[in-house]
Design a protein around this ligand. Structure first.
Ligand code: MN
Length: 228
């Protein structure tokens, strides 16, 4: 079809041990899903439930590419997160059917302009400028659920230049994966190609140019990113 302006490039993630790629539709992100992280951000996990925001598919950084330090910030933070990749979707998906929608899992980073996020929170404004900038979502290849299963437990560890900064466990998630899918599907029609970033454990902190980030989720996979 003839387009009147240049068409956007499709965004795909590689899939481990599979020739085909995973075409990305939307990226949903859950905030405040690990109690210790809620506390470090000044919140109370007993009073605040998790919630969702979005990034755009073209925020993804794939195939081990570098993370360029973004403009208009002096405080970019790392947030290691397990990423859920949906193979099917729908509306009002029951919790007990939700895992049937999952194609696989990946290791991702929800890179965040924390200084801009603090301004947004203070002013009661949306978070896009803090969360949905270009290159804000480095992500590993997808590991098929048919190969790794549905990991409910497993260490979530992020090191910067070899030093451990974030350490948690998938079992600490407040909303588990089936609950996220069920909840989201009540608000949106979920589609094949949707990604869900499932929240970060405690230990978030700033990165600087030259840093080497290594993200590892036991039972899922690994991701290496250099800040340039
Ligand atoms: Mn996050």
């Amino acid at each position: 079809m003839k387009t009147v302006v240049r068409a956007p490039d499709p965004v795909n993630l590689p899939v481990r041990d599979e020739e085909g790629v995973f075409p990305v539709h939307r990226i949903y992100c859950v905030g405040r899903n690990y109690a210790a992280h809620v506390v470090e951000m000044g919140g109370d996990p007993d009073r605040e439930t998790p919630f969702f925001f979005q990034k755009n598919p073209d925020c993804l950084v794939t195939n081990g590419a570098d993370f360029p330090y973004p403009p208009r910030t002096g405080d970019v933070h790392h947030e290691i997160e397990m990423v859920v990749a949906l193979g099917s979707g729908g509306r009002d998906i029951p919790v007990e059917k939700a895992l049937e929608c999952v194609y696989g899992y990946a290791v991702g980073l929800d890179m965040t302009r924390r200084d801009l996020q603090a301004e947004c929170k203070k002013a009661g404004r949306p978070w896009e400028i803090a969360k949905a900038f270009e290159h804000s979502a480095p992500c590993s290849a997808i590991f098929r659920a048919s190969a790794i299963g549905h990991p409910g437990k497993g260490a979530v560890v992020l090191t910067v230049n070899g030093e451990t900064r974030q350490e948690g466990d998938l079992g600490q998630m407040i909303w588990k994966v089936p609950e996220m899918i069920a909840y989201l599907s009540g608000l949106f029609e979920l589609r094949p190609g949707d990604l869900i970033m499932t929240g970060t454990p405690s230990g978030v902190g700033p990165v600087v140019r030259g840093d080497r980030l290594h993200a590892r989720i036991a039972g899922v996979g690994e991701l290496d990113v250099k800040v340039v």
